[in-house]
Design a protein around this ligand. Structure first.
Ligand SMILES: Cc1ncc(COP(=O)(O)O)c(C=O)c1O
Length: 395
């Protein structure tokens, strides 16, 4: 491995959302504990970004910034090289994050009171985007079979026949269950969306984080027809741990939809981008692929370690391997604890900091989402600390 995925970086008192949350959950947490919740990484920043931004800072003026042609060409090339997805520069709309982008899409493409479909358990800001825009959450829960999740197409069809249902907010790959949707699955969804006149906001922020044996299909590559009703959300922020720089690339081929979106986002002031965001994206899309492939090896190692740890020591806790993202979905239901009891046990007794499954919808009750993007030593330590506490309650 040529990059450093081992050094621990303390983020204590550095304003990290994840670490601050840990101190809120347990103010007396032991020194050295690293939280495994919020989806950013506990690795040193990719050196190409550190060096590239230093150089950029030496040369630039920190004024208002627009996307340059070089930046746009870099995004076009990344989509083609990695996914065989051919886009034009004009299709790219930059927003300061994917959450901003889908809040804006809900606002642009539906009216107050309209229904927006989500597949719970799912990234919880989806519900926030719907509710805070005064739209209606239409839940079409995923079907779970022995820890494997699939889409309920019949229910999706039935729900979207309603003319007041306008949008599907879709997570691909799916956070938190770690599915990488296949082309066949996307084709089935597309067919229903076209038939029932639904726009799809396809949040593909995790698309570069695909584990061995799986392949991401950009939704737009399924058919020209579906491409015309898609808002696709890409970003370098999950892939290269750049969330603090706030930059995402939203691809909208359909000019009518794109003009409407830009118009609304201009009103919402949702199009201003940090100059470092553009530059960092350019750097990682040009120079980051080796770092990314090594990162994926670490994530894969960590998920296998977690799976084997539970199988060997606490087999009633299920920790199936994921196909994509760096978030593993652990099933603690066998402990028979309420959400509040499980939370207290993990945060206080075990000092094991994950995201509670119920925040992704009631379907997630009894589950925990663990963030695997940390040095392997940290993951092992966390599991062992959890194991010590579990021995007292595991039957
Ligand atoms: C599915 C999904 N969308 C969006 C985001 C966050 O996007 P951003 O930081 O670009 O707003 C996350 C972060 O975990 C995510 O999992």
């Amino acid at each position: 491995m040529s990059y450093d995925f081992k050094t621990r970086v303390s983020r204590k008192n550095k304003g990290s959302s994840k670490w601050e949350l840990m101190y809120e959950w347990n103010p007396n947490v032991s020194e050295g504990v690293v939280p495994l919740s919020v989806a950013d990484m506990e690795f040193k920043t990719i050196p190409e970004v550190v060096n590239g931004l230093k150089k950029y800072l030496d040369e630039t003026v920190l004024g208002y910034t627009k996307a340059t042609d070089v930046f746009l060409d870099t995004v076009v090339s990344w989509c083609d090289r990695r996914y065989g997805y051919k886009i034009e520069k004009e299709w790219i709309v930059n927003t300061p994050g994917v959450v901003t982008a889908f809040f804006g899409a809900v606002n642009t493409f539906s009216e107050p009171g309209d229904g927006i479909v989500i597949f719970r358990p799912v990234y919880y800001p989806f519900s926030m985007a719907i509710e805070r825009n005064n739209r209606k959450v239409i839940n079409c829960p995923l079907i779970e079979t022995n820890g494997y999740y699939t889409i309920d197409y019949d229910k999706f069809d039935q729900l979207t026949k309603d003319l007041k249902v306008k949008i599907l907010l879709f997570s691909s790959p799916h956070n938190p269950v770690g599915r990488v949707w296949t082309r066949e699955e996307l084709e089935k969804l597309a067919k229903i969306a076209i038939k029932n006149d639904i726009i799809i906001v396809s949040d593909e922020i995790h698309c570069d984080l695909i584990l061995p044996g799986y392949k991401h299909t950009v939704f737009a590559t399924v058919s020209k027809e579906i491409e015309d009703r898609l808002i696709i959300c890409f970003a370098p922020s999950k892939t290269f741990n750049l969330a603090g720089l706030g930059l995402s690339n939203i691809i909208i081929k359909n000019k009518k939809l794109r003009d409407k979106y830009i118009d609304k986002m201009t009103t919402l002031r949702g199009l201003s981008i940090n100059t470092f965001g553009f530059k960092a994206c350019e750097i990682v899309y040009n120079e980051g692929e080796k770092w990314l492939s090594e990162l994926l090896e670490v994530i894969d190692t960590n998920q296998k370690i977690a799976k084997e740890y539970f199988e060997k020591n606490f087999p009633k806790i299920k920790s199936p391997l994921i196909e994509g993202t760096y978030l593993q979905w652990l099933d603690f239901r066998a402990l028979g604890l309420s959400n509040a009891e499980l939370e207290k046990f993990l945060h206080i007794d075990a000092e094991f900091f994950t995201d509670e499954g119920y925040v992704f919808g009631s379907e997630g009750s009894g589950y925990e989402r663990i963030n695997l993007a940390a040095p392997t030593e940290v993951v092992v330590e966390s599991l062992e600390r959890l194991g010590k506490a579990l021995k007292n309650i595991y039957k």
